[in-house]
Design a protein around this ligand. Sequence first.
Ligand code: NOJ
Length: 568
Amino acid sequence: MTTPSLTVPAAPQADADWWRQAAVYQIYPRSFADSNGDGIGDLGGIISRVPYLQQLGVDAVWLSPFYPSALADGGYDVDDFRDVDPKIGTLAEFDEMVAALHDAGIKLVVDLVPNHSSDRHEWFREALASPKGSNARARYIFRDGKGENGELPPADWTSIFSGPAWTRVPDGQWYLHSFATEQPDFNWEHPEVHEDFKHTLRFWSDRGVDGFRIDVAHGLAKDLGEVLPSKAELQAMPKDGTHPLWDRDEVHEIYAEWRAVFNEYTPARTAVAEAWVETPERRAKYASPEGLGQAFNFDLMEADFDATHFRDIVTDNLAQSAATGSSTTWVFSNHDGVRHATRYGLPPRAGRDVKQGAEWVLAGGPDEGIDRELGLRRARAATMFELALPGSAYLYQGEELGLHEVAEIPDAQRQDPAFWRTTAEDRGFDGLGRDGCRVPLPWAREGESFGFGTGGAHLPQPAWFADFSVEAEDGVAGSTLEMYREALRLRGELQSEESLTWDEEVSTGDVLAFERPGGWLSVTNFGDAPVALPDGEVLLASAPLTAADGTAQELPGATTVWLRRAEA
Ligand code: NOJ
């Protein structure tokens, strides 16, 4: 028995729809490849690795911020939205990178950070140099303080990275920063802010950028009257479109303006929202074709390796995208989370108040309590599950090598403000911070920074990186790299209409099976014990299928297999 197909409108394979089912590879540029030996990854490094990306078989690259930045928040503190950080390259190199990616058939999505700039942005410097009440101050969110001499912040709010969300400037006023002190929030009620971001969208679109990833897309519109609510009041307010800070309905007016800009281009430029919202319905607004067009769904990043949980997430998200006309997105790892090979080697976390895996990192990454082999085995199975789903898959650099989170970073070498803004007593959701998934990639087994570059690596790489290097896995049958390459190649060949049908006969207990049009069957065994291998021609498996006694083929625990079935 099969359930009815979950179908969203079939995507014509026109170029304008390239994003709908793209496999998008996220590059965190400072940690990908370093071409000039300064220990920091750069555009030259990316250009030199385009053949690697092409061989991997991804459809697009999403580039995390590469703009001039003092790196108070890994580049999400932007000094100039229309330039390249000199430590990373030049605009000419950017153009060269776009051309090299396009020649290789790879699209480019760049990160845009519209909620805040850095405190070194020329507008913020102008704001500090200008008097209270000036136009320059009005582009950001300045307020007088409370207390007799304004010595107390306008409100007791805390920033997302802990610590106060308001910082005082020399003339006594305070500015709002939802993230680090160095990231002042823009005032999106100011028309110049609107105009400037449209300028930025055109600047990069004119240079050939195919799309944008919108950072903190749910944060831009704010409603801050003279009397500000307290932190406790803010926390108690529903996030239903009326919250003063997050996911306000008017934010979509900004994205409607941007849509008009995207549509000036052929094909239209695309966008994907990073929007942390309360309900799936609210996420759908960001994915509307009149707005950004697509939104991240982070549900799989937060899910335990569990058949029921995975199935519910897929069902809900496909239903949502059917309602918006967008395609859905899937993510297991990114630059903000503990890598999924590690998460899946740990016991499920007890509560949801810290990020999955954060307690383990906080404990110093002990060997007890983690089964690294099982974690990687499950991560591979999860990735093959993901790559068989309709919609776009966002992959994070290094997951194709099966990299684990690096827990062994000395405190003094940590960079993340989520670490530096907290103390041992008040480590929040991010635990020790996000540096452990941002360690420069190992390209070679040996040598200076495992082939990352010739001048060391800006975060320390552990010795075990050698066995996870590109060199160690390239051409090795069964390696994680070769599994990703083959899965992406097959995906390109098998991908068709955006629909799936759950196979209820095969899906029992710990086993989850679904079929895509054309007889492409993906079966995942989430349990520990082997089960019988369903009928069909085996295309690829995330682990060997031969039983321990070598006599038969079976689907072992924590394994995904793709099969081709004769169509009924
Ligand atoms: C979300 C980004 O993914 C994260 O890395 C960054 O710290 C915050 N936005 C602030 O820009």
